[in-house]
Ligand binder design. Structure first.
Ligand SMILES: [Zn+2]
Length: 469
């Protein structure tokens, strides 16, 4: 509007100037191509001014017309991009909301409107996944590898797919490529550790852990614990391969990083005992006992004694348990040794102390009940009392075992990964849950075992079934 007014104003000024010039006095005569023009000086000047003014206006109009197709094209493109980005955003929202059809519609629209494959390819891949079309998603992710800008995103998509398909070696390959591109990205480091460990490349897993700890991706205590577990796995591997030196080195690392990791201390002591280093092994076991008392440690400790004398063995165990004298495991170990040495009173005292503050009148655990049965049988041949204790053992709180804290599965041996749910470092020495997953040795086995022991006991005359001829 202002431009139109401005134009009208300029035209008015032009006409006014031309009129003023036309009114000026004086005559002019022009001979040109056989024509003769006679006029006043004012009219001629007015005609010249008008001609110049009109030429300028015509030039501007021509310039505007010449530019307009480009202007129209540019505004058309801008509008397309705007609509394309809107479709892209709506598509992302639909993916987040899990609306597959909606996402597919917006993905197609964005793809048509935007000439930017890096942006639309990810949406297309996610939409294909939402529609359950993993093959199409894989095609999109693979196509993304060709562009440096989208390569990392493509690798992440392919990694997720490989993990879902359970193809761990392939997943490890993708995560290694991603690591080469961005070595400090948290999910890359944790996935690299996890997959390297799963695929058995323990050295690579250890390196990934170190990088993760350095990049502060993992808190220091967690990284330390994981390193201990990996070192323990490497020690087990070396021990199986008969590489004594490597087994000792790795077990020592694991023992140092996690003094309460009983299997590491046990493996280290075992390797030392095998090469005659009994004193060193005993020191390792004593330290481990003060961190986490465990029956395996007591058994190994006794092998360093190289004697079958019951009294000597009891005395030796006293040295091991000295740092945790009130722990139930200490009392149980001493009770077993006292029974071996036929020191009934000593055995009874330790069994009672192992039962906890309420003693034998409370709810003593499985081991306490079994030891009491053994004591009654061996000290006085009281089969009835022994049977009663074995009966109590069947219903008593269960003894600690290697239990997966994630799924509750019980295993005979410690391992870095749970055999049932494959969780890493989830196996702990603790009482098993009452309901144990069917896959593993469960409560029924324990009850059956006690049933077998009950049947093996001599039947007392009172309890004998009356048979009539
Ligand atoms: Zn588990």
């Amino acid at each position: 509007m202002i431009r139109v007014l401005w134009f009208a104003f300029k035209l008015a000024v032009l006409v006014a100037v031309a009129y003023w010039l036309a009114e000026r006095p004086g005559e002019v005569s022009i001979d040109w191509l056989g024509y003769r023009i006679e006029t006043s000086v004012g009219i001629l000047l007015a005609a010249v001014v008008l001609l110049v003014g009109i030429s300028a206006l015509v030039y501007r109009a021509w310039r505007f017309l010449r530019r307009s197709p480009r202007n129209i094209g540019q505004s058309y493109q801008a509008s397309r991009r705007k609509r394309g980005y809107k479709a892209l955003t709506q598509g992302m929202v639909a993916v987040a909301a899990g609306e597959a059809d909606e996402a597919a519609r917006h993905a197609r629209r964005a793809d048509n409107l935007l000439d930017e494959p890096p942006l639309t390819m990810l949406l297309s891949a996610q939409t294909a996944q939402l529609n359950g079309d993993e093959a199409a998603a894989k095609r999109y992710f693979t196509a993304m590898l060709a562009n440096p800008e989208t390569r990392f995103l493509g690798l992440r998509g392919l990694l997720t797919q490989a993990l879902r398909e359970g193809d761990e070696p392939q997943a490890l390959d993708y995560v290694r490529q991603a690591h080469a591109m961005r070595p400090r990205t948290p999910w890359v480091l944790t996935s690299l550790f996890d997959l390297s460990e799963r695929c058995g490349d323990l050295a690579a897993a250890e390196r990934a852990l170190e990088s993760a700890a350095k990049a502060k991706v993992l808190p220091a205590p967690e990284a330390g614990r994981k390193r201990a577990v990996i070192a323990m796995e490497r020690a087990q591997e070396a021990a199986r391969a008969g590489d004594h030196a490597a087994a000792v080195a790795h077990a020592r690392t694991a023992n140092k990083l996690a003094p309460d990791l009983v299997p590491a201390a046990a493996l280290l002591a075992e390797q030392m005992i095998a090469t005659g280093q009994d004193r060193k092994a005993a020191k390792v076991l004593e330290r481990a006992w003060s961190a986490a008392p465990h029956p395996d440690l007591a058994a190994l400790y006794l092998t360093t004694l190289k004697s079958d004398d019951g009294l000597e063995r009891l005395k030796r165990l006293g040295q091991l348990t000295a740092k945790r004298p009130d722990d139930a495991e200490s009392h149980l170990a001493l009770a077993r040794a006292a029974l071996e040495a036929r020191l009934w009173g000593e055995a009874r005292r330790h069994i009672k102390d192992a039962a906890g503050p309420d003693g034998l009148d409370g709810t003593p655990g499985e081991s306490v009940c079994r030891l009491m049965a053994e004591l009654e049988e061996r000290e006085s041949g009281d089969s009835a009392a022994a049977r009663s204790w074995l009966g109590r053992a069947a219903g008593a709180p269960r003894d600690p075992a290697w239990v997966c804290t994630n799924c509750g599965a019980v295993s005979a041996q410690w391992s870095a990964r749970c055999g049932a749910c494959e969780s890493f470092d989830s196996i702990a020495w603790q009482p098993p849950p009452r309901v144990v997953p069917a896959l593993t040795a469960g409560g029924d086995d324990v009850t059956a075992e006690i049933q077998g022991e009950l049947e093996a006991l001599p039947t007392s005359p009172q309890a004998a079934p009356v048979t009539t001829p």
